[in-house]
Design a protein around this ligand. Structure first.
Ligand SMILES: [Fe+2]
Length: 254
């Protein structure tokens, strides 16, 4: 498969950008219509762009004709409630696929490892087009919560923890990097997520925002890490036994 991939993601599979500076009124995400959707952890989604412009979260290959995760259709009723979020996505002159706000309830580090998965961003992506990656923009201010990335879910040494203060902007090759969020708070976390096609327009936008491709993880107590790892791996193994396969290794539709 020959897709254009951005060199800046090659080393670590992610980049951290300057924080989004504009103030977003919380009503932009709180007034959206949310739907329950299978995902990692206790979550709901508010789609803003979908395959056909309906309020639903299905991957675009489920539709007739099936297609790849590009050219999402803006949902008028949702987009009208979130003008700053829509503008933020549209300001990148790249093709946009799924776009939604995710709501995640507080969880533990072990939960995050249990929920970690790979996305299915490039099914039906035609040869010669750009590799589809994910953009994350943190909405709530959760500086003690982390996006947990791993190159190998079974190898803690491959982990990076990216803090999630309000406006944090991350670009992740989420089909390569195992990912999930460890959310430490007593209220839900909200984040804007969308698919973008890799290409010169997206690269230009990235380079205007001082992309950092390698971030030092915040310190974590060794014993806590070891115990959480053991708990998560035990729960992952039990789930694999229950299903007869590891569902998190089957590329998810999230
Ligand atoms: Fe995901």
């Amino acid at each position: 498969m020959a897709h254009y991939r951005m060199p800046i993601l090659e080393e670590t599979g992610y980049v951290v950008l300057d924080r989004f500076e504009r103030v977003v009124d919380p009503s932009e995400w709180m007034s959206l219509e949310y739907v329950d959707w299978k995902s990692s952890g206790d979550t709901r989604f508010a789609p803003i762009a979908s395959a056909t412009g309906e309020i639903e979260c299905n991957a675009f290959w489920h539709f007739d004709p099936p297609r790849d995760d590009k050219d999402g259709v803006w949902i008028d009723s949702q987009a009208a409630k979130a003008p700053t979020l829509v503008q933020r996505v549209k300001e990148v002159d790249a093709r946009v696929g799924r776009c939604r706000v995710i709501e995640l309830q507080p969880n533990s580090y072990a939960d995050a490892l249990y929920n970690s998965h790979l996305d299915d961003n490039n099914r039906r992506n035609p040869d010669g087009e750009g590799w589809v990656i994910r953009s994350f923009m943190q909405l709530t201010d959760n500086p003690d919560s982390y996006m947990i990335l791993r190159e190998d879910i079974d190898d803690p040494s491959t982990e990076t923890r990216l803090a999630l203060p309000a406006g944090a902007q991350l670009i992740v090759d989420s089909e390569r990097m195992w990912h999930s969020v460890w959310h430490v708070d007593d209220k839900p976390r909200y984040c804007l997520i969308n698919s973008f096609e890799s290409g010169p327009a997206l690269e230009k936008w990235l380079f205007e925002r001082n992309p950092v491709a390698k971030v030092e993880s915040a310190h974590m107590d060794e014993r806590f890490a070891r115990e959480s790892e053991a708990e998560a791996q035990q729960r992952r193994a039990a789930r694999t036994e229950r299903y007869g396969y590891d569902p998190s290794r089957v590329y998810s539709e999230m």
